[in-house]
Ligand binder design. Structure first.
Ligand code: APR
Length: 317
């Protein structure tokens, strides 16, 4: 069986890390596409040259023409601009929406059967633009945010409890960032929910609240430390988990930004909810019963995403 083809649209920090992980995990061959094709080709060659050391055979190439992504099985999109000093959120929205619109057209023409994962921010709006412009079925276009948010949450919880990250599960939904909604009663250490761990004296509500706040501001904490650029290792690892679940039909339950169509009483926009990812893409949206408080937090998060989409529509891009 031929190796899978994975197109990485954007060969910046996340794009390069994605390519490296794909090689190490032997998930397939890689085409790195960028408006700077030299950067894409340079990274592709450099990573391929680590193959003999690490024992992988993935072919990697760089490109500046969309025809290079033809027939891709998976496309992971990181193309875009980071927010620069002096740029308003609307400026970023406009600039990245223009980029994502072009990416959507490229995918529509050359990789209409791909499973597409969007990472470019502001995520919940960009993935919606990507689905609209590519015309791909919604179950084949998802946004990566929840896996990253829940991974950050799991790390901080594991550190608080002094246990392995492997034994901590986290349940996070809603928009990416500030308005993220962690459901602590569905977040556990080896199956024991956080509210029970509080009762057992393992931690306090105040400490959990502080961890939730730190998680919601997780991206900002890294931007501040790096001074230049934003997080890339954990975002890349998170998108790879989603791609792997699709390529290997693992049917993992992963929080992802998907187009809602009545689930959770919401419709017509992308927001993070738990979904099953398998060979058909998004195979199922997991709908849990909310408490009144959780429902209010989720609706607030949805309102923030809807407002961003409304702002975007006003821009007329
Ligand atoms: N087509 C293809 N690539 C593009 C285009 C375009 N129209 N416009 C910009 N790019 C490329 C840039 O040349 C750059 O190599 O996108 C890449 C973005 O890489 P970085 O600036 O290093 O950003 P990165 O850290 O990879 O993050 C990418 O993901 O998490 C989000 O907020 C983050 O939106 C950002 C995105």
């Amino acid at each position: 069986m031929a190796r899978k083809k994975i197109a990485l649209i954007g060969a910046g920090n996340i794009g390069g890390t994605l390519a490296h992980l794909i090689g190490l995990k032997e998930l397939g061959d890689v085409v790195l596409f960028d408006v700077f094709p030299g950067v894409a080709a340079g990274k592709a060659l450099d990573i391929m040259q680590s193959g003999p050391v690490d024992g992988f055979d993935s072919a990697m190439s760089g490109a500046g023409d969309y025809s290079a992504i033809a027939g891709a099985d998976v496309c992971i999109v990181t193309a875009g601009f980071p927010r620069m000093p002096g740029m308003s959120r609307d400026d970023l929205l406009t600039k990245n929406a223009e980029v994502i619109a072009k990416v959507g057209e490229g995918i529509k023409t050359y990789a209409p059967d791909a499973f597409v994962i969007c990472i470019t921010n502001p995520l919940d709006v960009m993935v919606w633009v990507l689905q609209q412009k590519s015309g791909l079925p919604p179950e084949k276009v998802v946004g990566m945010a929840g896996v990253l948010d829940s991974s950050r949450f799991r790390l901080f919880l594991a550190q608080e409890f002094g246990v392995s990250v492997e034994d901590v599960t986290a349940f996070v939904l809603g928009g990416h960032g500030d308005t993220m909604v962690p459901l602590t009663r569905y977040s556990t250490v080896a199956g024991i929910p956080i509210p029970d761990l509080i009762k057992m004296g393992w931690t306090t509500q105040e400490k959990i609240d502080a961890i939730v706040t730190r998680t919601a501001n997780g991206g900002g904490e890294i931007v501040k430390l790096l001074e230049k650029g934003s997080a890339f290792y954990a975002p890349a690892a998170s998108a790879i988990a989603m791609a792997e679940s699709y390529l290997l039909d693992k049917k993992r339950v992963l929080p992802s930004a998907v187009l809602l169509n009545g689930e959770y009483g919401q419709s017509g926009f992308y927001v993070g909810v738990p979904v099953v990812i398998g060979a058909k893409g998004v195979e199922r949206i997991v709908e849990v019963q909310f408490t009144a408080e959780e429902k209010a937090a989720f609706e607030k998060s949805c309102d923030a995403v809807k407002k961003l989409i409304a702002d975007f529509k006003k821009l007329g891009v």
